[in-house]
Ligand binder design. Sequence first.
Ligand code: ATP
Length: 259
Amino acid sequence: MIAVEGVVKRFGAQTVLDGVSLAVAPGEVVTILGSSGSGKSTLIRCINGLERLDGGRITVDGLDVADPRQLAQARRLSATVFQLFNLYPHMTVLRNVTLAPEVVLKRPRAEVEAEAQALLASVGLAGKADAYPAQLSGGQRQRVGICRALAMNPRYLLLDEVTSALDPEMTAEVLAILGRLAGRQMGDGGTTMLFVTHEVEFARRISTRIVFLDQGRLIVDLPTARFFADDGGLAHPRIRQFLSKMAPSNTVAGAEVTV
Ligand SMILES: Nc1ncnc2c1ncn2[C@@H]1O[C@H](COP(=O)(O)OP(=O)(O)OP(=O)(O)O)[C@@H](O)[C@H]1O
């Protein structure tokens, strides 16, 4: 379980997270929605222990991320895919995927390579194992980024706007892979996913729950169907406003959304 309890994060005078609480249980696929600047990426960075908290507490399976020793253990349980691909440019695709399992988990190279090859094949990159990141398209690079995270066999997979640097075609190819993953994982006690995305329709299809951040406050936390119900998430003007901007068709779950 990822447990976020009353988290406060400030940058200077600005309070970016203002008492955020959120629990993500094994098997869940939870999406964080919210306008630009609402604090979504900061929350992911706090869960990763990349930001110091100004209040509250975050634990991953009981490990407190504010404690450096516990954080090191917590980081073995969760893997994060970021918006920018962050691949090592001087290493092949295969090496990018095998490095952490070999160095951090100290697993044998042959075993890790076989798994990495299978992972790459599962995302349509079987022929790219020996290529370098610069030789790949953005969508391909992000698929390598996903393989690299999965190679750590994480209990929790955190995804921070993984498609926002991609064009629509590449976005579709990456979302297809994540959709497959979410479908495979859902309810089986496998990798739990916490997503930050602007892809509302995608979130609706694959999430078990949706939470909405508004100016650093988590104002709604509902099962997906309730989030899109008129008397659920859509009862909040801020959410209606957000969805109407995100979904130009103005039709969300059969409800007409007007600003
Ligand atoms: N290192 C930092 N120093 C100062 N301010 C920061 C820092 N990181 C984030 N912020 C500010 O915190 C606020 C929340 O940023 P954050 O990136 O978490 O938002 P977001 O919801 O992920 O936005 P987007 O959807 O645009 O990525 C913004 O106002 C941002 O400018």
